[in-house]
Design a protein around this ligand. Structure first.
Ligand SMILES: [Zn+2]
Length: 228
């Protein structure tokens, strides 16, 4: 999922064409050309827009290849605007005034978006959930292993930020404590996945055939799990 919001705005034809011509070199039109050339030389320029009484900074960049104006609000609240070279800074300033509501909404939405559950790491939460996780995993392994009937050496609950589970050659199954925070169909998928590694230590066709015996829609669950 993208960590920013972006809006593309078409440049109305004719209206704001920069008056770039041979004569401007000798008689610059200060109102627009001054700022226009300065920031084109510098590559970008900083401006601010007043939103709810706060001066919110934003960056304007010119790109000779841009056909449209793009307003991008990033997760950290940074706002950057890319404009075709021919569009004036004054035009962008006026445009930003009219897009304040959209900008405010994007900042709020991006700020409130939860971080991915898997990458979240907390010793406190681990203590809080590890027993519950163990009981859940133990119960679901018993359920599915009535079907698979594999030998299991040991089941361990871990605090990890990169994986939901793993299986070792010694037949030890490890699960992330955060499994308790997932919907039950994803918990079951993770458990069956690791269980099947006891028979197939790879992700080959035979492995997925085994998984599908208990989780026929495993492909949907793999996709769903990526959201967490
Ligand atoms: Zn696997």
């Amino acid at each position: 999922m993208a960590r920013f919001s972006e809006k593309k705005i078409s440049v109305p034809h004719g209206k704001i064409k920069m008056r770039v011509c041979n004569t401007h070199l000798f008689r610059p039109r200060r109102a627009i050309c001054g700022a226009f050339y300065l920031h084109d030389i510098l590559g970008s320029m900083q401006k601010t827009v007043e939103i709810d009484g706060v001066d919110v900074p934003y960056t304007i960049r010119s790109n000779s290849k841009s056909k449209k104006i793009s307003i991008r609000v990033q997760e950290g609240g940074q706002i950057s605007i890319t404009k075709p070279t021919r569009v004036s800074v004054r035009y962008i300033e006026n445009l930003v005034e009219t897009k304040k509501i959209w900008i405010t909404e994007q900042i709020k939405t991006l700020k409130n978006r939860p971080k991915k559950l898997l990458s979240h790491y907390s010793a406190k939460d681990f203590d809080k959930y590890k027993d519950e996780a163990y009981n859940l995993v133990d119960a679901r392994i018993s359920h599915f292993n009535k079907f698979y009937k594999y030998d299991i050496e040991r089941v361990t609950i871990r605090n990890q930020s990169t994986r939901w589970g793993s299986c070792s050659r010694r037949k030890n199954l490890n699960f992330n404590y955060k499994i308790v925070l997932l919907p039950s169909e994803l918990q079951d998928y993770i458990i069956v996945h690791e269980l099947c590694h006891l028979a197939q230590m790879n992700h080959g066709k035979k492995f997925w055939d085994l998984v599908s015996l208990q989780i026929p829609d495993y492909k949907d669950r793999v996709l769903e799990l990526k959201k967490y």
